[in-house]
Write a protein that binds this ligand. Structure first.
Ligand code: FAD
Length: 630
């Protein structure tokens, strides 16, 4: 039947990772009736997989750390394309958000004197990642869930109903946002188990749906990450920025084939692990780019001394930002110096006693033992780049998380939002991003609801259209198989819009995406509406496709190499391009459009945190002479 279950809320949060949960807590604290919707089981999100930690300049491990240093590192990591205001808010507010988690019951690893311990990570000048072994995300999610349960208990005491103010709808996929004119009016979706439809009427929606990695062959992302939030935003009239920037994490497993892409945490390198090629050489010393030359060790001896004496030595090049390390690995493999399975070697075994490895990296030890039959306390790991994180995302107002474009009442936080990380995200900066901007989005979505004179209403025709779109793959017979289509898409994106890009291949990719679009419009799935993963994938495909098109278009347009976008035909970073954000939108007919928009100019007091000699590496002469004139 096409019966539709209806619910009324003030704020609907789509996604139950760190960003979604933190937003929902804030909305509930603001007194709003709040729904949390999650495609996966409650508690299963990327956030839970995060291993290394959350970056926050608490200054526990090195008292010289503060928000200004964190801000600088973040801007450098993103090659100055970051939205400076987001990077500023993030650096300033991350410590508070971490301490607040402890008031919710989190327990981070400690320093000897009882402070929250902080570990080293690529691109961070000081040890900065608050962590719980290599299972930080698990603690983060556990704590946020616990906070939600405690709020539900408070509500029960008052109303006799645990779910009177905050309710979780798990294994529920949202397929469409509903509008009333230009205002958000709700969200439409289905229960995965029963296939029944559900309509959430709400004046404000927070997108917290995470990333897009499932459009790639080799990825650390799991099945949920099909870019749904990105696509929902586009179809609702919002815009995406920086979609050409994808992070290929340098160290994914490369063997055995069944687990190719699964992440090997950067903590392995943060804690002393080194990369070697088939000749046994620590090749990263050959790949330090000029912009980073001053901050990285030139000899193995200096690099090794840094772990115990960071004040008098420079950091090892294995801890360069991820884009640099991923490209270096790619080059070594291409030059014929790769490992048997087509990666390079990551060695912790020769660097630290076995018991220390097991204590500091328990999940990695377990993961390699179980999945690859490799004992990382005795042998090196084989690793290579894997599609990990999307820097691009919903274009938002930095302070509120409100989406740009004509739509009102739409907010975004976490990986689905764009701007914060510029062209490349530093490890550890996502968990902190989720907390900082999740809270802000929840707060401002609630404030927005208070400004409305009346509740927007979803139109009946729009609901009917959403039902029709959702049912189409089941109604159609003899169409394309969703799994084949996904595989074909993954090949196009992996081979032609991957870590190294070229004009001809990008043009080819766009042509193939057009062909895929025609095929996806003809997708069909066998079976009925009860738990039917083929049907679910058929519905996800149109999201993956439109988001992939944004990425390919932007990658073709941006004629430079920066962060997570490398053009073989334009290998240099261009100061002119640093001033440009590429903005994606879709029109009524579903066509993707790309526009150029200036990157906002950094405020003077933030600019003054950098040496002029550093700014000259990024800025145009025109910008520099403006600085001079001031
Ligand atoms: P997620 O945690 O990805 O949650 C998204 C939620 O949205 C899920 O609940 C999903 O079910 C739901 N959803 C998606 N689509 C729909 C839909 N259509 N309808 C309903 N619900 C939907 N970052 C760090 O800072 N430090 C680390 O150490 C670190 N380690 C990582 C390790 C791994 C293996 C991976 C994959 C990532 C790691 N990251 C790390 C990155 C970080 O974990 C993610 O970027 C971050 O968790 C994203 O959080 P989020 O709240 O935005 O979304």
């Amino acid at each position: 039947s096409t019966a539709i279950e209806r619910h009324l809320y003030d704020v609907v949060v789509i996604g139950a990772g760190g960003a979604g949960l933190r937003a929902a807590i804030e909305a509930r604290l603001a007194g709003k009736r709040t729904a949390i919707i999650s495609k996966s089981l409650f508690g299963k999100a990327h956030t839970v997989m995060a291993e290394g930690g959350a970056a926050a300049a608490m200054g526990n491990a090195n008292s010289r750390d503060n928000w200004m240093v964190h801000f600088r590192d973040t801007m450098r990591g993103g090659k100055f394309l970051n939205n400076f205001r987001m990077a500023e808010l993030h650096a300033k507010e991350a410590p508070e958000r971490i301490w607040e988690l402890e008031t919710y019951g989190a327990l981070f690893d400690r320093t000897k004197d009882g402070k929250i311990s902080q570990r080293n990570f690529g691109g961070h000048e000081y040890p900065r990642l608050a962590h719980v072994g290599d299972r930080t995300g698990l603690e983060l999610i556990r704590t946020l869930q616990q906070k939600i349960v405690s709020l539900q208990q408070e509500d029960y005491a008052e109303t006799g109903n645990y779910e009177s103010r905050i309710r979780v709808f798990q294994e529920t996929t949202v397929t469409e946002l509903l509008l009333d004119g230009d205002r958000v009016a709700g969200a439409f979706g289905y229960y995965r188990e029963s296939g029944e439809f559900v309509l959430f009427e709400a004046p404000a929606v927070v997108l917290a749906t995470g990333g897009v990695g499932r459009s790639y062959k080799v990825t650390s992302n799991s099945w949920e990450y099909t870019g749904d939030g990105h696509a929902l935003a586009l179809r609702a009239g919002a815009t995406l920025i920086n979609m050409e920037f994808l992070q290929f994490h340098p160290t994914g497993m490369v063997w055995p084939p069944s687990v190719k892409g699964i992440l090997v945490t950067e903590s392995v390198r943060g804690d002393g692990g080194v990369l070697r090629n088939s000749e046994g050489k620590r090749f990263m010393f050959d790949y330090v780019p000029d912009v980073f030359r001053k901050q990285y060790a030139e000899t193995e001896e200096e690099a090794d001394r840094w772990y115990t004496d960071p004040d008098n030595n420079r950091r090892p090049p294995e801890l360069l930002p991820r884009d640099e390390v991923a490209r270096a690995i790619n080059s070594e493999v291409k030059a014929g110096r790769g490992s048997p399975a087509g990666g390079v070697f990551l060695d912790i075994a020769s660097r630290m006693p076995a018991e220390q490895i097991i204590r500091r990296l328990p999940s990695m030890h377990h993961q390699f033992k179980e999945l690859a039959d490799v004992d990382i306390t005795k042998e090196p790991m084989e690793v290579g780049p894997t599609c990990h994180y999307v820097m691009g995302g919903v274009e938002v107002e930095p302070d509120t998380g409100a989406a740009f474009g004509r739509v009102q009442g739409l907010f975004a936080a976490g990986e689905v939002s764009g701007g914060m990380h510029g062209s490349n995200r530093l490890g550890g900066n996502s968990l902190s991003d989720l907390l900082v901007f999740g809270k802000r989005a929840g707060e401002h979505a609630s404030a927005y609801v208070d400004t409305l004179p009346a509740r927007p209403k979803p139109a009946k025709v729009d609901v009917a259209a959403a039902v029709e779109v959702a049912l189409a793959p089941l109604v159609r017979t003899g169409g394309e198989n969703p799994y084949t289509l996904q595989q074909d898409l993954q090949v196009v994106m992996g081979d032609l819009v991957g870590i190294i890009r070229r004009e001809g291949e990008l043009t080819d990719a766009l042509k193939r995406l057009q062909e895929l679009r025609v095929r996806v419009a003809n997708v069909s799935s066998d079976g009925g509406r009860r738990y039917n993963p083929g049907w679910h994938l058929a519905l996800d495909l149109r999201n993956m496709l439109v988001v992939s098109e944004c990425t390919a278009k932007a990658a073709l347009e941006r004629e430079e190499s920066r962060g997570g976008h490398t053009r073989e035909d334009f290998p240099k970073m261009s100061p002119q391009w640093r001033r440009v954000n590429l903005v994606c939108s879709v029109d009524e007919a579903g066509e993707v459009h790309l526009d150029r928009k200036p990157v906002p100019r950094m405020r003077d007091e933030l600019l003054s945190l950098f040496e002029r000699s550093e700014l000259t590496k990024y800025m145009t002469d025109e910008e520099l002479s403006e600085l001079e004139a001031e």
